[in-house]
Design a protein around this ligand. Structure first.
Ligand code: MSP
Length: 533
């Protein structure tokens, strides 16, 4: 057994509880990171941070989807090998993840050998067990979407959706995965597990599709002669693996690479490679956009069933962003560049806007005016102003020293903390922000009601002034804890300005009374300077 100085042998490590395992879609490496990608990764990050803050370990996976025809063609157009092209772009995406300050635990690239090996062992096993067959296909094909189309995909006027790009006729032999056999099973599973696909209307869409359409078997190869940028199909080297079969497997290939016992056992791996920590699989939450729900809610569960693996607990489909009521599109220039917005307004202003503006589920619309308005009203006039005046008054009237505890705002703070906890446990992020802001608004009203600036002028009102000041600085502290998952930088700044050394990353610290009499706060500094330009 390998050992390191000071490391406890594995068997002596404390067994942790099962981490809350959450994933995002893995982005196509050849795209430019845009608002939609940023939104999805931020909601996943908020959920991961929230779980950890609530005391549950979380494991957050994101990464890149790097194979397929589009990438092969884009690399060729730039005169590069596909590998060199992907390596270059992967750097851009990693920088993006850092810029968003995501707390992901791993970053997968589908070109990594740890991933490819798992894909190949799954294919070998499923093939040996008779889940695949070979057949000749003759019909329509969209190279852009790398998908076969049927008559059903035609629009009423006979044309195909422009999203498919050029549609050609193709005759080709390939391997197919027997999906059809599992259609009834999947319908029953979705019916018996109401929270498996969320939101509700998306679940109904999937059920409607499964009940009214016959599921076509899934073509899981492409001939290497026309597409070589993919994972070689292990049972027949004339083929590469279809990019979606490859990409979906990332959700288990990373756990497998870390020795996940549940996944490795299903793959028939040797026990020596297993670790004795709780398994990550099954995932607790797959987060993805509405456009790729079918892959996750139909193909993926059937793939897992065939592998003998349990299904993820929940698939959560978010909506799509538009800008100014129009589709976001590079070709028309209608884009929001997250990095430019972050450069101009700060990361937390961006994180706040996307989570506050769009509930997880419906589609959203970005407008620059809407962004500015939320920044000025909620962040500058709301939270920022509250912190600034609370701290400035404490410095001015009490030399920055916290007065004795007072509990006027305690019931409201505790109510909001308990609501926020419940909403975070349900991944209802927008509702949690609304609840937190009800406390911001209440605290700002409290400043007007108590008017500490007037109390300070009357020495007989000293006890009332102490009371008002305590409630204000303590409410700011509680807010920092509640906001940690959403606005981690801001929450840390609030704690620092309050003179607190620890991080506001533990939800239980939201309990009223954390600031004690005699504690000296730090210097106030504007969190979100008002922008009139
Ligand atoms: N590579 C596949 C996913 C494989 S997952 C095993 C893919 N990549 S993507 O780059 O096209 O999209 C990545 C994610 O971004 C998807 O969940 C997609 O829905 C999301 N979005 C892309 N554009 C979006 C918006 N305009 N708005 C919100 N999310 C959007 O699909």
């Amino acid at each position: 057994m390998s050992s390191c100085q000071g490391c406890a042998p594995r068997s002596q490590l404390p067994r942790m509880s099962k981490p809350f395992y959450l994933t995002t879609a893995i982005d196509y490496v050849n795209g430019v990171p845009h608002l939609g990608h940023a939104y999805e990764k931020i909601i996943a990050d908020v959920i991961a941070r929230a779980r950890r803050s609530l005391g549950q370990p979380a494991y957050f996976l994101t990464g890149l989807d790097e194979h397929g025809q589009k990438i092969q063609q884009a690399a060729a157009a730039e005169g590069k090998t596909a590998r060199a092209y992907c390596d270059e772009l992967a750097g851009v995406w990693r920088a993006f993840v850092e810029k968003l300050e995501l707390t992901n635990d791993d970053f997968v690239r589908t070109t990594e050998s740890r991933h490819q090996q798992v894909v190949q062992s799954i294919l070998t096993k499923l093939h040996a067990e008779g889940h695949f067959y070979q057949a000749i296909y003759e019909g329509f094909y969209s190279a852009k979407e790398e998908t076969f189309l049927t008559e059903k995909d035609r629009r009423p006027d006979g044309s195909f959706d422009p999203a498919y790009g050029e549609v050609i006729r193709l005759k080709e032999e390939n391997y197919y995965f027997r999906l059809k056999d599992h259609q009834q099973w999947l319908i029953s599973y979705i019916e018996q597990n109401p929270s498996f696909i969320q939101p509700e209307h998306r679940r109904n869409d999937v059920l409607g599709f499964l009940k009214h359409d016959v599921l076509e078997d899934l073509c899981i190869t492409r001939p290497a002669a026309r597409l070589n940028w993919g994972i070689p199909f292990p049972v027949d080297r004339d083929y590469v693996t279809y990019v979606w079969f490859d990409a979906l497997v990332n959700y288990i290939s990373v756990p497998a690479a870390h020795g996940d016992a549940v996944v490795l056992k299903a793959l028939g791996s040797q026990p020596s490679t297993l670790n004795d920590q709780p398994s990550l699989w099954p995932a607790d939450l797959h987060i993805l956009g509405k456009d790729i729900l079918k892959f996750h809610a139909v193909y993926w569960p059937i793939m897992l069933k065939a592998m003998g693996l349990p299904l993820p607990k929940q698939i959560l489909a978010h909506g799509w962003w538009q800008k100014d009521g129009q589709k976001i599109s590079k070709s028309t220039g209608n884009v929001v560049d997250p990095l430019a917005v972050i450069g101009e307004w700060g990361l937390d202003a961006f994180r706040f806007y996307v989570v506050r503006e769009l509930d997880i589920g419906p589609d959203g619309n970005w407008t620059d005016a809407g962004f500015r308005e939320r920044y000025n009203s909620a962040l500058a006039d709301g939270l920022g102003n509250l912190l600034n005046r609370s701290l400035s008054m404490l410095r001015r009237y009490r030399n920055g020293v916290v007065p004795p505890q007072s509990n006027v705002l305690a019931p409201e703070a505790e109510k909001v903390a308990s609501e926020t906890r419940t909403l975070l446990e349900q991944n209802r992020l927008q509702a949690a922000l609304l609840s937190i802001w009800s406390l911001v608004t209440r605290a700002n009203q409290y400043v007007e009601q108590t008017a500490p600036f007037k109390l300070a002028k009357d020495p007989t009102k000293s006890a009332q002034l102490d009371e008002a000041l305590y409630n204000l600085v303590e409410v700011c502290r509680v807010l920092a804890v509640l906001l940690w998952s959403f606005l981690p930088g801001t929450a840390s700044k609030i704690y620092a300005q309050l003179g607190l050394k620890e991080a506001p990353d533990t939800f239980s610290a939201a309990r009223w009374g954390g600031l004690t009499a005699g504690h000296a706060i730090g210097l106030p500094a504007a969190l979100f300077p008002k922008r009139e330009d």
